[in-house]
Design a protein around this ligand. Structure first.
Ligand SMILES: [Zn+2]
Length: 258
């Protein structure tokens, strides 16, 4: 898709204007960054970790336990957190159900047992946080209600959260901006759509139609990034990383047990 430089600049200007509204109101913008589907050492993962390091941005990696190779994360520094991205990322949806690893028909006890077994692989990593980021961002509510008992302190899906807790004892912090256009060739969604999604969530928080306590989450998928997606991320982190009034929050702060 060819997008004129004019509309790209306009999108960045609108984003900058929204940040300025927060600043004028004396409020702090909280962002966080989740990247999905990490598991093994790949050039894309190395690039992602390098970007987090050079930009000094906290990064939460949603890691697929079944494919997890500990060596790939041996160098993960203090800015990196590991979340649990389901168990094996296999689509178990029933016919007519949207893609999910956790179909509505699966007994909760079975799903909990799967999650616990998978978590044991990740839990040895010193940067692991017991936070579930389910593949395709989908989890049945009866299973969410059992997460605390299953040892999880957090849940991360997609879209403005309905409340600070997904269930008793489970802190909920979602993502709100997906960098990938999954239904349009799995390429970068574009500066305009990404920045507009950010402005929408920020404006909703500012106006009180979304929970102002939820950090606005940027969702990346390093394994499918094209150059445009990488460039956008670099520009975003560079533009906001040192901006007064903007904080990039680390997952351990956001998902601290309460
Ligand atoms: Zn995934």
């Amino acid at each position: 898709m060819v997008v004129g430089a004019g509309s790209v600049n306009a999108a960045w200007q609108a984003f900058s204007d929204e940040l300025a509204r927060w600043c004028d109101a004396g409020r702090t913008v909280d962002f966080w960054w989740r990247d999905d589907d990490a598991a093994q050492a790949t050039p894309a993962l190395a690039r992602l970790l390098g970007l987090a390091q050079t930009s000094a941005t906290p990064l939460a990696l949603a890691v697929i336990p079944a494919h997890f190779e500990a060596e790939a994360f041996a160098q993960a520094g203090l800015m990196i957190s590991l979340l649990q991205h389901g168990t094996d990322h296999r689509n178990r949806a029933a016919p007519g159900e949207k893609k999910t690893e956790f179909p509505a028909a699966e007994p909760v006890a079975g799903a909990v047992a799967r999650l616990a077994a998978a978590r044991a692989r990740l839990a040895l990593h010193p940067r692991f946080l017991p936070v579930l980021a389910p593949p395709w961002n989908r989890l049945p509510e009866p299973l969410a209600a059992q997460l605390a008992a299953a040892g999880f302190q957090g849940l991360s899906r997609y879209g403005a959260r309905a409340g600070a807790l997904a269930a008793a004892g489970v802190v909920q912090v979602n993502t709100h901006i997906d960098l990938i256009a999954w239904r349009a060739g799995r390429g970068f969604a574009g500066d305009g759509p990404c920045l507009q999604a950010a402005v929408r969530h920020l404006a909703a928080k500012r106006e009180g139609t979304a929970d102002p306590g939820e950090a606005t989450g940027w969702l990346s998928h390093h394994g499918v990034h094209d150059e445009e997606a990488w460039s956008f991320l670099e520009r975003l982190l560079e533009a906001t990383g040192h901006m007064s009034g903007v904080r990039w929050r680390a997952a351990p702060e956001l998902f601290h047990a309460r």
